[in-house]
Write a protein that binds this ligand. Sequence first.
Ligand SMILES: Nc1ncnc2c1ncn2[C@@H]1O[C@H](COP(=O)(O)OP(=O)(O)O)[C@@H](O)[C@H]1O
Ligand SMILES: [Mg+2]
Length: 212
Amino acid sequence: MLELKKLLYQPATAEKPILKEVSLQANLGEPILIAGASGSGKTTLVEIISGLSKPQKGLICWNKKPLKASQRRLLCGVVFQFPERYFLGLTVAQELRLGHRRLEGEAQSKALQSVGLSEIDLRQAPERLSGGQQRRLAIAVQLLRKPNVLLLDEPTAGLDWSVRNEVLELLAYISKKQVLIVVTHEPELFKGLLSSTYLLKEGHLLPMTTLD
Ligand SMILES: Nc1ncnc2c1ncn2[C@@H]1O[C@H](COP(=O)(O)OP(=O)(O)O)[C@@H](O)[C@H]1O
Ligand SMILES: [Mg+2]
């Protein structure tokens, strides 16, 4: 179980706090959707949870234990917006191996299988995959790190309708094994798929059920 407790975050360069008092509990099998307008702090929150930034106040706990930023980096996998822009591997196989000294064939095929890419040719360039396949490859790369928590920043951005559903179905599947948090500015696309929806607004995280 992941818990955010009263997070406050104000980078030195910002006039006012981006996150004022953000609390949240996320459990396995109960994927969470965080909606919010552009500029509301969604990406900032993903950076904080995953240990890329540190809040000035508040705690982030895993199974009741507070974690330092370095521990959160190990705990979390992150797929940032438009991950396909940052592929480094010349082939799909290389992309999957990045950051691993050794990668067992079995782990690789399991990761590909869990994102529905078992059938693809590993020797092709990642850029040759379809938009939906590229997103799924980026998720497979993170799954190989065996994160307890998977954070996805705008996973449907820039995808057309036909491939969006591919990605959405995958999320429901992944959430059974990882604590899953998805942030998006288009929450209507995820209707019925993710258990709880919150709205990030003016530095606060509000359950959506109380809004509608
Ligand atoms: N390091 C920073 N210094 C100053 N302002 C920042 C910094 N990081 C983010 N911001 C500001 O915080 C707000 C939230 O940004 P962001 O988390 O990217 O929002 P979202 O992902 O919801 O669009 C924006 O107004 C952005 O300009
Ligand atoms: Mg963002």
